[in-house]
Design a protein around this ligand. Structure first.
Ligand SMILES: Cc1ncc(COP(=O)(O)O)c(C=O)c1O
Length: 386
């Protein structure tokens, strides 16, 4: 590996992070209760328009609890995006349930709603216990669209399909805080939505997550499950198996400071994506993630598709040559249907996810990248690619 001088994406901690963390430490509120946890939840709820927000230790924990609360259990199936980081598939597996993977679509790289509908229509049958996957014999309980790279899946279509087949929707919006579709925030379309504040996300708490919902009862149960399902805190009575999944106050303090900067972060990431798009125009074979109609993307990670490189296998060569120039890039995740960790799950035809995995690279996208650095990355990428 060469010495990286333009990293992929690093946090920007230039607000009140230090002041708020000091306040948390000075007041001894360091653990999973405290004023910053309440405040961060309120501010995330206000910012997304969700009625309730429940802070968790990370996004994976948020997904785990959300799926459990929607009734996903052992032997069930959850239909989800194939082209994603593995965390949502793992969250399904923690419950003894199985993911079913649906391909990405060509234009915006999000879950293919036609293939989703085809799977539910053609591969499943209605039974007394629910919709059964004919191939596995398992009952499909929910749909989990994963909004990738700061964009949003076609939620109108997904909600319509879910309604038609009697399925619940939990959104993995961990990569899309700040993104909107039809003016509504990613993570607020389904019964529940989940966010992540991992170090590489658009805002960070170091590690952290959030469950969003409009349902008061689900929010109450999410709080309960994430705090060890405590019925009586004096006598240590626990009503069910819960989790130690609450976000500590020190981290929520960082979250409050970060959230105040979100609009500026989104604006800068959008500018960076536009600069790349402009710089790649002349080449004609490099495409930056497109914004679906009616959708406001954050471009959390500017991602370029180097068209035709799956055949030639050159996108990884490009990655290595950029690395030699100190420019860090990254491929998209191994599609879930190829993952050794998920090999017993059912997948529909996921051929486009394979192509996108082969042809796409995430480009440097930190908010404090200088314009000159963005142009340097773009120029180097075009020169090597051509
Ligand atoms: C799509 C997706 N889902 C879930 C997660 C899990 O979030 P966390 O790392 O906070 O557990 C991530 C990122 O890390 C992600 O990219």
């Amino acid at each position: 590996m060469s010495k990286i001088n333009i990293p992929l994406s690093i946090p920007h901690l230039a607000g009140k992070e230090w002041a708020y963390v000091k306040e948390a430490l000075d007041t001894n509120w360091v653990s999973s209760a405290g004023p910053f946890v309440d405040r961060f939840e309120e501010e995330i709820a206000r910012s997304t328009g969700a009625r309730f927000a429940v802070a968790t230790v990370n996004g994976t924990a948020a997904l785990h609890v959300a799926l459990r609360l929607l009734g996903v259990g052992s032997g069930d199936e959850v239909v989800m995006s194939d082209l994603t980081f593995i965390a949502p598939a793992n969250a399904v597996r923690y419950l003894g349930a199985w993911p079913v993977f649906i391909d990405a679509e060509e234009r915006y790289w999000q879950m293919d709603v036609n293939k989703l509908e085809d799977f539910l229509q053609e591969d499943c049958e209605s039974t007394r216990e629910g919709l059964r996957n004919r191939h596995t014999g398992r009952i499909v309980r929910a749909i989990m669209p994963v909004h990738i790279l700061g964009s949003v899946c076609d939620m109108e279509a997904i909600l319509g399909i879910a309604d038609r087949f009697g399925l619940k929707v939990v959104e993995d919006a961990t990569e899309s805080l700040g993104a909107l579709q039809g003016g509504k925030a990613a993570g607020t379309f389904g019964r529940m939505g989940c966010l992540s504040f991992n170090g590489n996300k658009i805002i960070t708490t170091g590690g952290g997550g959030m469950i969003l919902t409009d349902d008061e009862d689900l929010a109450r149960k999410a709080r309960y499950l994430t705090t060890q399902a405590k019925d009586d805190s004096v006598e240590f009575v626990h009503g069910t198996v819960g989790y130690n999944y609450r976000m500590p106050n020190v981290l929520a303090a960082i979250g409050c400071a970060q959230l105040a900067q979100l609009p500026g972060f989104v604006e800068r990431r959008r500018q960076i994506a536009s600069m790349y798009r402009e710089a790649f125009k002349a080449c004609g074979r490099i495409e930056i993630l497109k914004e679906p109609p009616g959708t406001y993307c954050t471009f959390w990670m500017s991602t370029a598709r180097f068209i035709g490189t799956s055949r030639e296998g050159t996108s990884r060569k490009l990655l290595r040559l950029l690395d030699r120039q100190g420019i860090q890039t990254r491929p998209l995740w191994q599609p879930m249907h190829q993952s050794p960790a998920q090999q017993d799950a059912y997948a529909s035809d996921c051929s486009l996810a394979d192509v996108l995995n082969a042809e796409c690279l995430c480009l440097p996208s930190s908010v404090d990248l200088e314009d000159a650095e963005v142009y340097r990355v773009a120029k180097s990428a075009v020169r090597i690619f051509e």
